[in-house]
Design a protein around this ligand. Structure first.
Ligand code: 1GP
Length: 230
């Protein structure tokens, strides 16, 4: 199991309800991994509840950490966002420092994967929460990508459009300046076509909301990816 090979990931929000039937379809869809993450009301209880329901499936399960209090043991990886386009140090390294001060002695560093976030939809919850500066030019975004790869040497650069389908042209330009850092794209993928277009330029696509809005469409996004592998 290596996140560097993943092409399609479903992101489940522990706050949103999902039936056992839908969860089974998601987990048996052929996706590469399940990411658990959300912006508000993520608690230890709702994270553990979802994780326990996922345990019967042979899929990597990742916790994308948004609050220290909701970190439970037993995940395959812990993805730790650092919001590169926030001017609030809390979201760049403040919470991280706090967590390491508390748990630094017992952390398994191999399980922790830092993600350089670039939040590009100013209306999404994550942007508001972190005070992300989203009125960015192409050069701004390319500079964040280069900062992630060459300065901070982050394994993942995550272009986060949560809730809207972003600029595939911009994703392509970012991909062109990255070589070691893996490019994740997330936001508004709600059809096979959008999944394919995003995957054509990003290394890994993340599909979230549509799981709760239209399960058939969500499954189609994986099928589209599987066809590209044939
Ligand atoms: C959200 O990037 C993910 O963090 C996926 O976005 O919910 O819009 O699919 P959507």
């Amino acid at each position: 199991m290596d996140f560097k090979t993943w092409r399609h990931v479903f992101k489940l929000d522990p706050v949103k309800e999902i039936t056992d039937g839908h969860l089974e379809r998601i987990c048996r869809s052929g996706t590469d991994a399940i990411l658990i993450g959300g912006s508000d009301d993520v608690t230890l209880d709702n994270v553990v509840y979802l994780m326990e329901r996922l345990q019967r499936y042979a899929l990597p399960v990742v916790l994308e950490v948004s609050t220290i209090d909701s970190v439970a043991p037993g995940f395959d990886y812990y993805f730790i966002p650092t919001v590169l386009n926030s001017d609030d140090p809390l979201w760049i390294k403040g919470l991280h420092h706090r967590a390491i001060r508390e748990y630094g002695d017992i952390l398994d560093w191999d399980e922790l994967i830092p993600e350089g976030y670039c939040i590009l939809n100013g209306d999404c919850k994550a942007a508001k929460l972190t005070g992300a500066k989203t009125d960015l030019t192409t050069n701004d975004v390319l500079a964040y990508a280069r900062l992630a790869e060459h300065f901070f040497q982050l394994p993942i650069f995550y272009m986060e459009y949560s809730g809207i389908y972003g600029s595939i042209d911009l994703v392509r330009k970012v991909k062109e300046v990255l070589s070691e850092t893996r490019l994740f794209y997330g936001g508004g993928i709600d059809s096979a076509d959008k999944a394919l277009a995003a995957l054509d330029v990003a290394d890994t696509i993340v599909v979230g909301n549509i799981i709760y809005e239209n399960i058939e469409k969500a499954i189609e996004t994986v099928e589209a990816v599987a066809e590209t592998a044939d």
